[in-house]
Design a protein around this ligand. Structure first.
Ligand SMILES: [Zn+2]
Length: 293
């Protein structure tokens, strides 16, 4: 499942060909992805201009001149391929390679920018919905989504408030989209390592008894923001030299400090620990038991 940095790099890759461009023609090659495509999907897009391409959590949001928002989610295996006279590229950098089999090209946007934007999704867990702009925040998919980790509002006080009295581990709390949006297994592990906090630690220890943030909350917010910013910066730079139509080959993994690195020595300066893998909530957690407490 792509996490926030992957989705953000996809957004940045699509902005030049999609933002400000009109849907000249739309092809829907099948009636459904994870859910059926919206009623009159093609008609509601064609002739409309994208007036803003944004992101909320792991969703891309294309604001349309019609007043609707095209809400898009990549699911497990979805990607956008951009075809132009200049060549083909797949914006984003994914831990797992993307498919290029044309049999999985489910939706094609022919934009007035001259680009064809092709949504390819072998497993079809992706999603495309059309929602009235004014109702987006109340949509069932959006209502449960917590604060944006890179937004100014997300700070130690907000994180401490969300974790105050929680009986779960830090790993589980950060994986909860209501606590903070867009983090998955990879960046939760990476952020906890940067903050030197154990994934097994109780989430409640981010707050004092009265709910005020402890220094741990501040360290964790800083760790979350830093790991996401670094990953986005790395993904963004990979767009320039990324011209393969078959997807990026695990670009981010070279930057991981703990994720998928069980048995390696801890990269924290001065730490002699070894990265360990444990299972929490059915998912692998990677951490250093020496410097993460
Ligand atoms: Zn360590």
């Amino acid at each position: 499942m792509p996490e926030l940095p992957e989705v953000e790099t996809v957004r940045r890759g699509l902005v030049p060909v999609m933002d400000g461009a009109r849907f000249d023609k739309v092809e829907a090659n099948r009636p459904d992805l994870r859910q059926p495509l919206p009623k009159d999907f093609v008609r509601r897009l064609e002739g409309n201009t994208v007036v803003g391409l944004g992101r909320r959590a792991k969703y891309l949001t294309a604001d349309l001149s019609s007043g609707e928002v095209l809400l898009m989610h990549l699911g497990m295996s979805g990607s956008f391929r951009v075809e132009q006279d200049a060549g083909v590229r797949t914006p984003g950098a994914f831990h797992h390679p993307r498919s290029a089999a044309h049999a999985h090209d489910h939706v094609v946007f022919h934009m007035s920018s001259g680009a064809r934007i092709i949504f390819n999704d072998p497993r079809r867990f992706g999603l495309m919905l059309l929602v009235a702009r004014g109702t987006l925040e109340d949509h069932p998919l959006m209502r449960q989504v917590g604060p944006e980790p890179l937004g100014n509002a997300f700070d130690a006080a907000m994180l401490a408030h969300a974790c105050h009295g929680k009986k779960t581990s830090l790993k589980a709390a950060l994986s909860d989209q209501k606590v903070v949006a867009g983090l998955g297994n990879i960046y939760v592990c990476e952020a906890l390592h940067r903050a030197r906090l154990s994934p097994r630690r109780s989430a409640a220890t981010l707050a004092t008894r009265s709910g005020q943030p402890t220094p741990r909350a501040a360290a964790l917010v800083a760790g979350i923001k830093a790991v996401l910013e670094d990953a986005i910066a790395a993904g963004g730079s990979s767009l320039r030299d990324h011209r393969r139509p078959d997807g990026e080959l695990g670009y981010f993994q070279h930057n991981f400090r703990v994720y998928d690195r069980a048995g390696s020595s801890c990269p924290t300066r001065g730490c002699m620990g070894t990265i360990r893998r444990i299972v929490q909530g059915g998912r692998s957690t990677y951490y250093c038991p020496v410097c993460q407490r």
